[in-house]
Design a protein around this ligand. Structure first.
Ligand code: ZN
Ligand code: ZN
Length: 200
């Protein structure tokens, strides 16, 4: 029972990577399915958050930058209800709960990660290696929109050959915020440094 729940959760995370890849590539980056999604993502988000220009929000934009600016993905959780029902019918309630939870976590993970990637606020997790990897990974996508469609789990990017781990120049206003031996320094906007110094 516990096992089927965990398998459901794990399966949903793997599924989430492929769904994210498909939705990002075909729904958000083309007008085939939704002109609104294309407008919000490519026209609004990619145009205003360009790599090597203004990938990170400026301090003065902080108040007006909200989670959800770039997507409507929470709705996707509800749209997957038929999937949860199908899993319930085929494998039982624990598996269905695992899948629903996994999809919810993935979608919430997408929203939060994407928000904080563009909004350096000097939270502890934003200084971790993993988070800096996420930032660099997504910076490549904003430079080369046919690469790195995943935000949360780059599994689909690896298997569908859209992964790029190229080294990019730092953002123009990126500060020297972390010691050189701890990874890329380009992750943090100078607003982070200002924030950091202000705290001291
Ligand atoms: Zn983005
Ligand atoms: Zn995109």
């Amino acid at each position: 029972m516990m096992l089927s729940g965990l398998l459901g959760l794990f399966g949903a995370i793997v599924y989430g990577s492929f769904f994210e890849w498909f939705a990002h590539k075909h729904v958000m980056h083309t007008q085939r399915f939704s002109k609104l999604a294309f407008q919000r993502h490519v026209v609004d988000h990619h145009q205003t958050r360009r790599s090597l220009r203004n990938f990170y929000i400026a301090p003065e934009d902080r108040k007006t930058y909200h989670a959800g600016e770039t997507s409507v993905v929470p709705i996707l959780w509800a749209l997957h209800f038929p999937l949860y029902a199908l899993v319930y019918w085929l494998c039982g309630m624990p598996a269905a709960i695992g899948v629903a939870l996994g999809c919810g976590l993935y979608i919430a993970g997408y929203e939060l990660l994407h928000f904080f990637i563009h909004a350096p606020k000097n939270y502890w997790f934003q200084r971790t290696r993993l988070f800096r990897f996420y930032c660099e990974y997504h910076r490549v996508h904003h430079l080369k929109p046919r690469k790195n469609y995943n935000i949360v789990l780059p599994l689909a990017d690896v298997l569908l050959r859209t992964l790029s781990l190229e080294d990019m120049k730092p953002e123009p206003s990126a500060p020297v915020f972390v010691p050189p031996d701890t990874g890329p320094q380009s992750v943090f906007h100078d607003s982070v440094r200002q924030l950091d110094t202000a705290k001291k």
